[in-house]
Design a protein around this ligand. Structure first.
Ligand SMILES: [Zn+2]
Ligand SMILES: [Zn+2]
Length: 382
């Protein structure tokens, strides 16, 4: 593919203003700056966060916007000062979130805990000067560094900190795009933050891509007792096929904590919440056993409040932790997940369904209905 140095034409899914649909249209990309990489997208996973931002429910960042933060593509151009000198044009790359690379957390490979993470990823502009690489035909700037990538675009100018080089078969490449966010978040939180032992009792609230990845990882680590909670039987059936020891349909009960304590009377050691729903979190916390940990992984909607008894928390040595992007470095975690997948221990092919970019509307319908856990868009026809 011959590309001009500047004013690179491409097509992207643009959200004009909060609540507007994703519309595939022509955009123009600036030159690739020294610390950026031009990537031709092959696949992009669709994550709930994209929909939350499309609907205008995240109060950070401007519109029009190109979203998408689970890209997988081919390197087409490399900025002069990109640190990974092994990267060459033609390499296959998976794209993940961006971090500052300079703070104490980034220095310790805890990039997910980088204090600048919200600003960098949601503001979605170049950190250096707040500019955007993409613009519409009339010259309007478009938010186009969402999670360092804005990968709902055939070609994207990607921050070097979002790039992960990998060697994958074509079958693997077609299902790995969500490694950068959904699968990584669930799996990385279990591997790097919760670190359950085989005898740990573990409950997961919500069987979306994050919850199911957490489940697969816990099973790969040998955890015997994993309780899956969801409102849809189809997802609970999938959870059973992936090794859940117990399932709870939260739509058919009045109390999740009571249902969990029916299974493990002293309460469970660890709970991972992917829903961000205050009433579920408040009830779920009551199912924690002594010394238990409750991890918030799903982004709670703003303005919710929950009641917690501090004396109970003190006397029972419990803790609640917020975990963003697994508090880890995807460059280290994702290769481990690829390995697990090759061993058959991380069967992500059971979660995803491939759509053409033109089939996005159907993908959104299927995601909402829960008939597909993880839609992946193919850019082949664009
Ligand atoms: Zn940092
Ligand atoms: Zn995401």
């Amino acid at each position: 593919m011959e590309l001009p140095e500047k004013n690179i034409p491409t097509r992207a899914l643009v959200v004009e203003k909060p609540g507007s649909p994703f519309i595939l249209q022509d955009v123009t990309l600036d030159e690739v700056r020294d610390n950026e990489v031009l990537v031709e997208m092959k696949y992009t996973g669709l994550c709930h966060t994209d929909i939350v931002v499309q609907q205008g429910l995240m109060p950070v960042g401007d519109y029009p916007a190109i979203l998408g933060h689970e890209g997988a593509g081919i390197v087409r151009r490399i900025g002069r000062s990109v640190k990974d000198k092994s990267l060459i044009v033609g390499d296959e790359v998976l794209l993940s979130f961006s971090s500052c690379g300079n703070c104490s957390y980034c220095a310790q490979s805890q990039n997910g805990s980088c204090p600048h993470i919200t600003a960098i990823n949601f503001t979605g502009t170049r950190l250096a000067d707040g500019s955007n690489p993409a613009r519409l035909h009339d010259g309007t700037a478009v938010r186009s560094k969402f999670f360092g990538q804005s990968s709902f675009s055939k070609l994207a100018v990607v921050s070097e900190t979002s790039i992960l080089k990998c060697e994958l078969s074509s079958e693997e490449f077609a299902i790995m795009a969500p490694m950068g966010c959904g699968y990584y978040t669930g799996a990385g939180t279990v591997m790097r933050v919760l670190r359950p032992k085989q005898e740990t009792t573990f409950a997961i609230l919500g069987m979306g891509a994050v919850g199911l990845s957490a489940l697969m990882t816990a099973k790969a680590m040998g955890v015997q007792r994993v309780i899956a909670v969801d409102i849809l039987d189809t997802k609970l059936d999938l959870a059973v096929s992936l090794g859940a020891s117990d399932i709870i349909n939260s739509g058919r009960i009045t109390s999740i904590s009571a249902a969990i304590k029916d299974l493990v009377s002293e309460g469970v050691n660890q709970i991972l919440d992917t829903t961000g729903l205050g009433f579920l979190i408040e009830d779920g916390i009551r199912a924690l056993g002594h010394g238990g940990t409750f991890a918030l992984v799903g982004t709670p909607r703003p303005g919710q409040s929950i009641a917690i008894d501090p004396l109970d928390f003190f006397l029972s040595c419990k803790r609640i932790i917020g975990v963003i992007e697994a508090a880890s470095n995807p460059v280290q975690v994702i290769p481990e997940l690829v390995d697990l997948h090759r061993k058959g221990l991380f069967p992500i092919e059971k979660l995803s369904h491939l759509y053409s970019v033109n089939g996005l509307d159907q993908a959104l319908v299927d995601l909402k209905a829960g008939t597909v856990v993880k839609p992946i868009l193919s850019w082949e026809s664009v």
